[in-house]
Design a protein around this ligand. Structure first.
Ligand SMILES: [Zn+2]
Length: 71
């Protein structure tokens, strides 16, 4: 069955993204590295220490955010 390889147009691009994931086994908390505001963030759900990890995520297309400009 190879005819299902063709993917629909709405396929969203994904990339391996650096994230922080909660070290608690019972917690699924994680955040994107660019959303972390400190070098060692803590989980916003349970307050546990977070560890750096990687996750395949849909690429964020943030059109409202202006590109880096030298001002
Ligand atoms: Zn947590």
């Amino acid at each position: 069955m190879y005819n299902s390889r063709k993917k629909p147009m709405e396929e969203t691009p994904e990339e391996i993204t650096v994230i922080w994931s909660c070290t608690s086994d019972t917690c699924k908390g994680w955040m994107r590295d660019n959303f972390a505001f400190s070098a060692q963030p803590t989980c916003s759900l349970c307050g546990s220490v977070m560890e750096k990890s990687e996750k395949k995520l849909v690429v964020l297309v943030n059109s409202s955010f202006p590109p880096t400009k030298s001002s």
